[in-house]
Design a protein around this ligand. Structure first.
Ligand code: IPD
Ligand code: CA
Ligand code: CA
Length: 261
């Protein structure tokens, strides 16, 4: 792999370390699913444990860097020049049900621009990484988006609505409209992996409303470096960490955008 910034190396090291505990925790889930207590509290602590390892590793090298992390919130808030964006487990619902479709997602940004990122599914042993200007990789192989040109032939992925969403109706009608005009639609339950899968050509496009920035920060650079196109729509400027995303192989971008208008 030809990714060599100190930041990407640090993220990879932190992900590898955190993944060892996460793999062990995933192994426990099966037992908990059949117990009367269920896996609920255990999942929360697995999330926290993974986050703690990631943050400790990242802070060891750069105690001054800012961090936005799903569970811990904002750390070193005033440093926006160098900032890690962390989602310790993206795809918690899958994790909780013993489905190996979840990932650690860590991005790094400088002055609000994502410079590099890693999405790591430790169960499948698939590590997606990218660095600005140096391409995107899955383990040691270079990845590229698909070459699909027509929306009607495309396999699209989406997610949501969340159970608390106030715009469920809108999201469902969008889903119907897209479904009628593409080859098929999937819903896999990990925004980070959805982005990574578009980056390596498994899906041709992805859209989703009401995401948080940590769900997609690493995915943004991975997809761009793989030749894809990322766009945000109906951005609410009062909630900068909330995003509605449209991410594609670029060929089908405008057509998919038309379908979700
Ligand atoms: C969730 C996943 C899911 C998406 C949700 C996210 P979490 O993240 O990315 O695919 O539909 O909107 O909140 O809670 O598993 O980290
Ligand atoms: Ca999470
Ligand atoms: Ca998430």
């Amino acid at each position: 792999m030809r990714l060599d910034s100190p930041q990407i190396n640090l993220i990879i090291k932190a992900c590898m370390k955190a993944s060892r505990a996460l793999i062990r925790d995933f192994g426990e889930i099966e037992k908990l699913q059949v117990s009367t207590k269920g896996p609920g509290d255990f999942v929360t602590s697995a999330d926290r444990r993974t986050e703690k390892i990631l943050i400790e590793e990242l802070q060891k090298a750069h105690p001054d860097y800012g961090i936005i992390s799903e569970e811990a919130g904002l750390i070193n808030k005033s440093n926006i020049n160098n900032r890690w964006i962390v989602d310790p487990i993206d795809g918690t619902m899958n994790f909780m049900n013993g489905i190996p479709q979840f990932a650690i997602s860590v991005g790094y940004e400088e002055e609000n621009e994502i410079k590099c990122g890693v999405i790591f599914n430790p169960i499948m042993n698939e590590m997606f990484c990218a660095e600005k200007g140096n391409g995107a990789f899955l383990n040691n192989s270079r990845i590229r988006v698909s070459n699909k040109k027509k929306i009607k032939d495309s396999l699209i992925v989406t997610g949501g609505p969340k159970s608390m969403s106030k715009i469920k109706g809108k999201i469902f009608s969008e889903y119907i409209n897209v479904s009628k005009n593409v080859s098929n639609v999937r819903k896999f339950g990990s925004a980070a992996l959805d982005m990574a899968y578009v980056a390596c050509g498994r899906f041709d496009g992805y859209w989703q409303r009401e995401l948080n920035y940590w769900d997609i920060a690493a995915g943004i650079i991975i997809l761009k470096e793989a030749g894809g196109f990322v766009d945000f729509f109906e951005q609410d400027d009062s909630s900068p960490l909330k995003r509605n995303i449209l991410a594609t192989n670029s060929n089908i971008h405008n057509e998919l955008k038309e379908l979700i208008k």
